[in-house]
Design a protein around this ligand. Structure first.
Ligand SMILES: [Zn+2]
Length: 258
């Protein structure tokens, strides 16, 4: 049987396991339904996300949870193996991200908002920005130098910051939103695969409703475009990055400019 070519490849490169599901899981599910190859990468294995387990123990659990969540949309989970609260924009991080991009060869990358509540998020956002630029640069530093460079810079998008606000509490308005009403339950199923994080947030943040907060946030973004649920994005439009809106083109009937 001849394998049908995928219409595109999406990489969500975020800080921690479950960030991608929370911020863009619905969009990933919609792209997967259109036949796109889905890759979810976390900078860390979430090694600080437990009250009573050692870092290596919780990391092993969370790598499995990440793979399980990605598997719900036929996706692949990757981990850059940095550590929680120690995600830096540094040479090692850029090398790891370059290797990931050369391996995955995405058409479209989603990362964290450049301004967010946690520096791990902001730092991996910078790493993703550089890795997209360097993806097509033959001499860009990569951990695995045998992987050939990508043929192009992928379209880069920033997801909403957590709670839609920057570090000063100011609202960050997305430039467009994707209606995820039809896949909201699937997004919540993906999140539910992160069972340890659900429990950890309950203990650490006093949030007893991991899934409900994701549902409420999706509904809040949905209200911007008159949909039951949505996810917001901004595209990186700086020099040399592609300015075509590939995400909008792929999900045209679900997307609304704001
Ligand atoms: Zn995070």
């Amino acid at each position: 049987m001849v394998e049908r070519q995928k219409p595109g490849t999406i990489l969500a490169l975020m800080a921690h396991p479950d960030d991608a599901e929370f911020l863009c899981g619905g969009t990933l599910a919609l792209l997967a339904a259109k036949g796109w190859a889905v890759h979810i990468a976390a900078a860390t294995p979430g090694d600080a996300g437990a009250a009573s387990l050692q870092p290596d123990e919780i990391a092993a659990i969370r790598r499995r949870e990440g793979a399980s969540a990605a598997g719900l949309v036929g996706g692949t989970f990757h981990c850059l193996e940095r550590r929680d609260l120690r995600v830096f924009y540094d040479e090692d991080g850029v090398r790891r991200a370059h290797s990931l991009l050369r391996k995955v060869r995405p058409d479209l990358v989603i990362t964290h908002s450049p301004a967010d509540y946690l520096l791990d998020h902001e730092e991996i956002s910078k790493v993703a920005r550089t890795a997209c630029f360097g993806a097509a640069v033959p001499n860009a530093p990569a951990l695995d130098a045998n992987l050939p460079p990508c043929g192009k810079i992928p379209c880069l998008y920033y997801a909403d910051p957590i709670e839609g606000i920057d570090l000063f509490g100011q609202p960050v308005r997305p430039s467009f939103a994707i209606d995820i009403s039809s896949v909201l339950n699937l997004k919540l199923d993906m999140l539910a695969r992160h069972a340890s994080q659900r429990e950890w947030l309950r203990l650490h943040h006093g949030m007893d409703e991991y899934l409900e907060s994701a549902r409420r946030w999706s509904q809040q973004r949905g209200a911007l475009i008159g949909a039951a649920a949505a996810e917001g994005f901004r595209q990186h439009l700086g020099h040399a990055y592609p300015r075509e809106n590939l995400l909008l083109a792929a999900l045209g009937e679900k997307a609304r400019m704001l």
